[in-house]
Design a protein around this ligand. Structure first.
Ligand code: GDP
Ligand code: GDP
Length: 437
């Protein structure tokens, strides 16, 4: 079982968070800092993953009453056991020197850290939570431990970070894959949508997890439910198909954020232009899995030449997404759709894939032996080890002395070889570098 530790300065709401996650009232909650005297531990399920949850509230008191004392004596022991840290800050009081000291220490933690912005109930609270970005620990997750707001998202994020095998239970199969269909006007997006969804179409309205104005069409393929997400402020539900035509870049970005996989529909008769490439790059930037559909294949005369030309454009424009999946289709007569959806499923699985730490570091050692990191300003960069704190998209963190100075070409070398070694064509890969002393 994996261990999740809750850390943070006194009174930010660690015990309240612990209780909420544990689902029972266990820890004593009080206004007086450090009132919870013993370390609390409980077995709980977060995001469907069984974990051992540790609350470090109260440990502060046992340690010498200095910042350094607190962090070394109490939190460090919890950190050593943790597979994931929930670092809690209080958005009502705002960030304090103690929060910043904690954060800079946690940026070097050997396990992933989730930044939890607590007491963020209400709209003002959600806004205040954004302030926590500056701690350099990624996106803050706004919650209210007292009111229970934001816990759906917190559960999802915890599940993503833990190295749990995705569960193949009923619940998992019933969770729809989120898909966005993007492309230039007239590429054939609406035709494709109608061909995929057919008569079973069901339009769902605003719901938790989708941004306020998002709407979605849901259908099933052989593997399970698929939700085509689409966002735009004033869109009328029933007219989703028409509006897909007019999607601006802004709307594309919004849909991208809601989606897990993006199908970029390209009009094969027109070829790829700057607008297509821009959407592809946006998908990459947002970390989405991408599949390219060359549409109107029925009307293409010289298929071999057309395909070669389209693929040349792709190769020269998407160096970062080498090996991207391409499927020729005809949305109008349905040809190729039997290949399109399995491709979407495959890319989705790769995008979700985790590489175990041992396997990752064997690869990493080989890469270092093959090419040593270069000297920077006369000093050698010493890379130590790699972890994969999350998937969706696959994210690698490399630790080492002066790691953050690693030149661009060496980063690319690592990313490309990772993609090749672990067979993830068309999947965006994130590389983070963390300096250690
Ligand atoms: P700990 O010292 O970090 O364990 O903090 P506690 O869980 O004991 O909470 C400290 C105080 O903050 C208590 O008075 C809680 O009721 C309060 N608190 C905890 N969570 C929230 C929240 O989400 N919103 C608000 N407004 N107060 C909270
Ligand atoms: P959208 O603006 O991207 O939603 O594009 P539409 O789905 O409205 O299609 C634009 C035009 O392309 C329409 O005239 C469609 O009939 C046509 N079209 C769409 N898919 C195909 C296809 O697979 N083959 C051919 N020949 N025409 C298509």
């Amino acid at each position: 079982m994996q261990t999740v530790a809750i850390l943070g300065r006194p009174n930010v709401g660690k015990s309240s968070l612990f209780n909420r996650l544990a689902g029972r009232k266990i820890a004593l909650v009080d206004d007086t800092p450090g009132v919870t005297r013993d370390r609390k531990e409980v077995e709980a399920e977060i995001g469907g993953v069984p974990v051992r949850l540790i609350d470090t509230a109260g440990l502060e008191e046992a340690a010498p009453d200095t910042l350094a004392g607190r962090m070394t004596a109490s939190s460090e022991s919890a950190l050593r056991q943790a597979d994931l840290v929930l670092f809690v800050v209080d958005v009502r009081t705002g960030l304090t020197a103690a929060d910043r000291a904690f954060a800079s220490w946690l940026r070097k933690a050997p396990c992933p850290v989730l930044l939890v912005a607590n007491k963020a109930e209400g709209r003002l609270g959600m806004q205040a939570a954004m302030e926590a970005y500056e701690l350099g620990l990624g996106d803050p997750i706004a919650v209210s431990a007292e009111h229970g707001d934001g816990f759906g998202n917190l559960h999802d994020e915890v599940r993503d970070r833990l190295q749990a095998e995705p569960r193949r239970g009923k619940e998992d199969r019933e969770r729809p894959l989120r898909l966005a269909i993007l492309g230039r006007p007239n590429a054939g997006k609406s035709t494709l949508l109608n061909a995929l969804v057919g008569e079973e179409r069901m339009i769902t309205g605003p719901e938790p997890g989708l941004t306020r104005d998002a709407i979605a069409v849901e259908f099933r393929d052989a593997e399970g439910p698929i939700r085509i997400v689409d966002t735009a402020g004033l869109r009328k539900k029933a007219r989703i198909e028409k509006h897909l035509e007019k999607m601006s870049t802004e709307a594309s970005i919004a849909a991208l954020k809601e989606a897990e996989v993006v199908i970029l529909v390209v009009d094969a008769l027109q070829g790829m232009d700057e607008q297509d490439l821009r959407i592809g790059r946006l998908a990459e930037r947002e970390g989405r899995a991408l599949v390219i559909a060359f549409n109107k294949w029925d009307a293409v005369e010289d298929r071999t030449a057309t395909r070669r030309k389209l693929e040349d454009t792709l190769m020269s424009s998407f160096a970062q997404m080498k090996g991207i999946s391409v499927v020729p289709i005809s949305a109008a007569n349905g040809r190729g759709l039997e290949k399109l959806m399995p491709t979407v499923r495959t890319v989705y699985e790769l995008w979700n894939r985790r590489v175990p730490t041992g396997e990752l570091n064997r690869w990493f050692e080989t890469m270092k032996e093959r090419h040593q990191p270069p000297l920077v300003e006369g000093k050698r960069i010493k890379l130590r080890y790699a972890t994969m704190p999350k998937a969706r998209p696959p994210t690698i963190t490399v630790f080492g002395t002066r790691a953050e100075q690693l030149p661009e070409d060496y980063r690319r070398y690592l990313v490309n070889s990772f993609r090749e070694q672990f067979d993830m064509p068309g999947v965006p890969i994130r590389l983070h570098l963390r300096g250690t002393d």
